[in-house]
Design a protein around this ligand. Structure first.
Ligand code: SIN
Length: 303
């Protein structure tokens, strides 16, 4: 019998599989397909201080081996998440959650993190400094080491739970950003968010996405994500939630060998709502195939 348990900042997960923020909403729709308590955890939709309607449509474009999104952080706002979404969620999901917090200023990150930190079911706070789809916020914090440091430090001052900073791949040196987060007191790193991309409609000769550009995700970005996780694992002492193009149990093993302790699955949930269930069910077979008894033993094994 193989052991799929991993320990993420003191939280024991039954397995490393965590649906990525923005691809699983607040869990309710997916719980209609299967009992989502089989997951390691899940990361809920990026939540901001105010409710957000998101960007104009079209905001999704299918591409070869992936998709572009420019959702624009649509969410009900932190107060409604706490008063409506979390009480609902508590009834069908019984494990510690990853709370994804997004924002447009340090004050906003602090405000939301301080509030969500008080929620019993939140196990980890994932601070998203990497959304490529909004102006004057999001990714602006994740492309500059000083800004990344400042957000991390400010959030750590008002929280008691582990704080993971979600990094953008749209940088020349992701290691310097990860190090800045470590210096700021981060407990872990989540990586990678989407790659800024664009698709043009040949008939209209215009960008497909109303906002012109968006975040590219899906199987095509796996090698980029694996490379970045590998680099960051070498440079910092923090646990990593690895993500980017993961769609099979084999991809999970690869991501963990690069250095991830847990693995988030994003775009694949939109292709197949059973994706995470299938990966969890397939992991023992793949572990067996590659002679792996315990997943926690392979973390960083490629180094
Ligand atoms: C979005 O809501 O635009 C996507 C969130 C993200 O990429 O961080």
């Amino acid at each position: 019998m193989v052991d799929m348990k991993v320990n993420l900042s003191g939280i024991e997960l039954d397995n490393p599989i965590i649906p990525a923020s923005g691809t699983f909403n607040f869990g309710e729709e997916f719980n209609e397909f299967y009992d989502i308590n089989i997951l390691g955890s899940f990361s809920f939709k990026g939540t901001t201080r105010e409710p957000r309607f998101g960007n104009p449509t079209p905001r999704i474009a299918e591409c070869t081996q992936g998709m572009i999104n420019s959702v624009g952080l649509q969410n009900p706002g932190i107060d409604k998440v706490i008063s409506e979404e979390l009480p609902k969620l508590r009834k069908f999901f019984h494990k510690p959650l990853v709370a994804n917090i997004s924002g447009f200023s340090i004050e906003e990150y602090v405000h939301c993190c301080e509030k969500i930190d008080k929620e019993d079911q939140v196990g980890i706070i994932e601070v998203n400094i990497s959304c490529p789809n909004v102006h004057n916020g999001g990714m602006a914090f994740g492309v500059d080491p000083k800004n990344a440091y400042d957000v991390t430090k400010a959030v750590k001052e008002v929280t008691s739970k582990p704080v993971y900073i979600k990094l953008s791949p749209n940088v020349t040196d992701i290691v310097s950003i990860a190090k800045a987060c470590e210096d700021g007191g981060a407990d872990g790193i989540s990586m990678i968010n989407t790659l800024l991309g664009m698709k043009i409609d040949l008939k209209t000769r215009k960008p497909v996405i109303a906002n012109k550009m968006g975040g590219f995700s899906g199987p095509a970005i796996l090698p980029v994500a694996v490379r970045m996780v590998y680099q960051v694992y070498d440079a910092v002492k923090l646990p990593i939630m690895g993500m980017g193009g993961v769609s099979t149990a084999e991809d999970v093993i690869e991501m963990m060998l690069a250095g991830a302790t847990a693995v988030q699955v994003g775009a694949q949930n939109l292709v197949d709502p059973f994706a995470c269930k299938k990966i969890i069910e397939d992991l023992p077979r793949v572990m067996d195939k590659y002679g792996i008894n315990s997943l926690s033993e392979i973390i960083g094994g490629a180094h």
